[in-house]
Structures are given as structure tokens and as C-alpha cells.
Design a protein around this ligand. Structure first.
Ligand SMILES: Cc1cc2nc3c(=O)[nH]c(=O)nc-3n(C[C@H](O)[C@H](O)[C@H](O)COP(=O)(O)OP(=O)(O)OC[C@H]3O[C@@H](n4cnc5c(N)ncnc54)[C@H](O)[C@@H]3O)c2cc1C
Length: 431
């Protein structure tokens, strides 16, 4: 194909979260012209921790991401501990061992570090192939015409494109245009509070020595059956300078009423953190004595989040528009959602190579849906089934874990493309 006579597609991405930035990277690498519109004045997302596994690291590696920019910590398995007795064991998984050998070993990092690295790869005038994407902050999208491929900003400005990608999260504005109705996420009965703790103070507390034992991996601190808390997940980020703490608890207030002070105000730990930890062994309770890192969203640094999930949607695509990531299949944070958004992004990059015409957009979107929707829906329903006993699990926890990380999304999309379309250039081949 003669790329000098080929018009790149103009693509609008709504939302500069992990999904939107990843989509912009993939599509710019394919030679398309991408504009990203983000409602917030700048990326102010709460800088909590996130884990990335083989499925997404394989893609990030192909995009030339710099692991050192994530200030990450290795994720070699899981340290399981009983909150009351302190007893437990460490588990490594074969897929994590194999990943290490391929330099796609799993990691934990701070979300802001990941967003910054994705931004560099999306908009940077660096070694990345394709034209740098344009990123507009403070640009809230209020509507989308799916047939015309246009969006309207809050300012009244309309932007026309060949393709509109709604990566605008759980409260998506693009979703109702696709579905023709408003469908919102349901509460699941699971909530969490989360915060970042100053890990440089760990040495001041001898009872916290367990944090330097076991394997380099998150700790899953399991609680008593039937207790308020379901589990605590604790892991280092920022080269072990910070500890990310997520405490999952059963939430009887499913209608959005918060039994706790959302900002976690109060002097003592018992009032500062939602819930009582009196049954925790001292070595875990001491964790809560570490100073928290305040954020713009919370002066105490402690945030309480209800964890809802989207019902399964009838479609993710319509005309010249589509949804992906949390806009399409937001679910509980226990199942690597960010990784799946990154898989969807790379799939778009393969399906929309330079040379794709405006007339082909609709059929390529159907291909995207065929490749990605079944997986997104399955992970969504399996995650919910793990906290809602009225829903049926179809996989064991172990099978789900393997299913999540095993996908090679680049290979899958390239094979599909070879089979259904004329050519499938290796992702990122376009200069
Ligand atoms: C407590 C918690 C812990 C998690 N931990 C993990 C983990 O360890 N591993 C993992 O893989 N995943 C985790 N996740 C999930 C992960 O964060 C999300 O799946 C991922 O960030 C999805 O990204 P997204 O881009 O689809 O949506 P979002 O991150 O929600 O981004 C959407 C973006 O769109 C913008 N936007 C919204 N509306 C508009 C509009 N109208 N116009 C313009 N812009 C708009 C928003 O400001 C935002 O920047 C966790 C989630 C939670 C809640």
C-alpha cells in the first residue's frame, strides 16, 4: 500500500484514563490522527496502586514503555496471611515464573506513574511511530452523534471524526448514544476503603517486620468468615516508598448511603478508618499507625468507594462510535480491569491500520466487538459472581486467574485481521 496517498483516519477518544490513553497509543502507532478530550483540568485521578500482569505488560513492552518510569515493584505471587493469627503462606504461580523469563513479569505501581508513562507514549514527540495524539484537558464531552461520528463539547464546539471511542469510564456519556438508553452500574454489596501509607516509616515499627518477609508480592490479609471486612490487600509501590492498602468490606448500604465519614475525619485509627480492627493481630493493626499520604480528593488520604458493576450490555458499538474499558464493562477491581482496557486498545490498533477507509469503520467496529466483548462480559460476570452468591461462577478462581493473564491480544487480533481483512501489518510498523 502506498502510504503517501493514504489518508489517516481522524479519531476522537473521549477520556484520558488508562483505556483512552492506551487506545490513543495503539491508534497513533497505526498511523491515525488521534484527538483525546478529557473532562478534568488535568489528570487528578487518585494516585492509588495498580497491578499489571502478563497480558498488559506484553502490550506495553511492544509499545516501548520504560519499566523504570513506573517506579514499580515486582509481583512474584501472593502472600496470604490470616488477620487474626498472622499465620499464612506464600504462593508463586507458573504463569508469573514464565512471564519473568520473557521480561513481562507482573508488577505493582502507582496509577499516576502509569498514566504519565501512557501519556508520554500517546502524545510524546518521541521515538513512537505515527503522529503524536493531541490531548485536550478541561474538555468535557456532552453528546455524541454515532452516525456522523461527531461529538459536542460543553463549550458548544462540535468535533467531527471518522471514529469516536468512548473511554469515559463508568459514568460514560458516550454509552447512552450507543445503547439508545441510559444503563448504569449496579451496587454489588462490596465496598472498599483505600489509602497510601508512608512505607519509609515501616522500620520504626518492629511488629511490621512481616512486610520484609515472604516473597516480593502483595499480601492478601484474610479476615474471619462473616466479619465486616472481606479482605485486605497490601502492596508496595513507588520503589517500596509507599504501601497501597485496599480493604474490602461487605456494604449493607447498597443504595449509596455511606455509613462512614467519606473523608475519614477523626483523630484515632478507629474513627479515622471505617470499621473496627480490634480482632486483628497486632502485627496487622500496627499497619494503620503508618502515616497516610493526603490527596487532593481526601485530606486524610483515606477514601471509601462503593464498588459497582455494569450489567452486561447488548452492544458496545454503533455506527461510527464505540465504548471500551470501564464505560463498557466496569466491574470489581479484583480482576485486572485496566489490563483488559489495554488489550482492547491494542486490538483497535491492529483493526485500524493506515489505509482503513471511513467506509470500513463500521465493519471494523463489529470485528472489535467480536474480539473483545465476550471476554469483557465474562470477566465482569465472573467478578460479580465472586461476591454475589445469587450469580453462578463458571470458572474456579485459579481458572479465572489463568484466563485473565494468558491472552496475547496482539496475536489474537493480528490472526483475526489476516483471516477477515486484506492485511494485518505487525502492530506499530507504521512510521
Ligand atoms: C479501588 C479500585 C482498584 C483498582 N485496582 C486495579 C488493579 O489493581 N488492576 C487493574 O487492572 N485495575 C484496577 N482497577 C480498575 C482500573 O482502574 C480501571 O479498570 C481502569 O482505570 C479503566 O480505565 P478507563 O480508562 O476505562 O476508565 P477511567 O479510568 O474511569 O477513565 C475515564 C476517563 O474519562 C474521563 N471522562 C469521563 N467522562 C468524560 C466526558 N464526558 N468527557 C471527557 N472525559 C470524560 C474521566 O475524567 C477519566 O479520566 C481498580 C479500580 C478501582 C475502583
Amino acid at each position: 500500500m502506498d502510504s503517501s496517498t493514504t489518508r489517516p483516519l481522524n479519531i476522537t477518544v473521549v477520556g484520558a484514563g488508562i483505556g483512552g490513553l492506551a487506545a490513543a497509543i495503539a491508534l497513533r502507532r497505526s498511523g491515525n490522527r488521534v484527538k483525546i478530550f478529557e473532562s478534568s483540568p488535568h489528570n487528578t485521578e487518585f494516585g492509588a496502586g495498580i497491578s499489571l500482569q502478563n497480558n498488559s505488560l506484553r502490550i506495553l513492552n511492544a509499545w516501548g514503555f520504560l519499566r523504570e518510569n513506573l517506579n514499580s515493584v515486582s509481583f512474584d505471587g501472593i502472600n496470604i496471611r490470616d488477620a487474626v493469627t498472622g499465620e499464612g503462606h506464600s504462593v508463586t504461580f507458573p504463569h508469573l515464573e514464565q512471564a519473568k523469563a520473557k521480561a513481562i513479569n507482573a508488577l505493582t505501581c502507582q496509577r499516576n506513574d502509569l498514566l504519565e508513562e501512557l501519556k508520554r507514549l500517546a502524545v510524546g514527540d518521541n521515538d513512537c511511530p505515527g503522529p503524536p495524539a493531541e490531548l485536550y484537558f478541561d474538555s468535557k464531552v456532552v453528546s455524541c452523534d454515532t452516525e456522523a461520528g461527531s461529538i459536542t463539547l460543553e463549550s458548544g464546539e462540535a468535533v467531527a471524526a471518522d471514529l469516536v471511542i468512548g473511554a469515559d469510564g463508568i459514568h460514560s456519556t458516550i454509552r447512552p448514544s450507543i445503547l439508545g438508553e441510559s444503563v448504569t452500574a449496579d451496587t454489588t454489596g462490596l465496598s472498599c476503603f483505600r489509602c497510601l501509607l508512608d512505607a519509609t516509616k515501616v522500620a520504626d515499627h518492629p511488629t511490621l517486620s512481616w512486610l520484609n518477609e515472604g516473597i516480593e508480592a502483595p499480601w492478601n490479609i484474610t479476615t474471619v468468615e462473616g466479619s465486616h471486612f472481606s479482605s485486605f490487600m497490601v502492596y508496595f509501590v513507588r520503589k517500596r516508598e509507599l504501601l497501597n492498602l485496599v480493604a474490602y468490606y461487605h456494604d449493607r448500604h447498597r443504595e449509596g448511603k455511606c455509613p462512614f465519614d467519606r473523608r475519614g475525619r477523626g483523630a484515632s485509627n478507629e474513627s479515622r478508618y471505617p470499621g473496627s480492627f480490634s480482632y486483628f493481630s497486632a502485627e496487622f493493626e500496627t499497619l494503620l499507625d503508618l502515616p497516610t499520604v493526603p490527596t487532593t480528593a481526601s485530606p486524610t488520604g483515606i477514601l471509601r468507594w462503593q464498588l459497582p458493576a455494569m450489567p452486561l450490555l447488548s452492544t458496545w458499538v454503533k455506527g461510527r462510535a464505540m465504548i471500551m474499558g470501564d464505560a463498557a464493562h466496569s466491574t470489581l477491581p479484583t480482576s485486572g480491569r485496566a489490563g483488559i482496557a489495554i488489550e482492547e486498545a491494542v486490538t483497535l490498533g491492529v483493526l485500524f491500520p493506515l489505509g482503513t477507509t471511513g467506509d470500513e469503520v463500521s465493519e471494523r467496529l463489529e470485528a472489535f466487538q467480536e474480539l473483545c466483548k465476550g471476554r469483557g462480559d465474562l470477566v465482569n460476570s465472573e467478578s460479580v459472581a465472586r461476591v454475589d452468591s445469587t450469580q453462578k461462577k463458571t470458572m474456579s478462581d485459579r481458572e479465572l486467574q489463568v484466563y485473565l493473564v494468558a491472552r496475547d491480544a496482539i496475536k489474537t487480533a493480528e490472526e483475526y485481521s489476516r483471516l477477515h481483512f486484506d492485511a494485518a501489518p505487525s502492530h506499530g510498523d507504521v512510521d
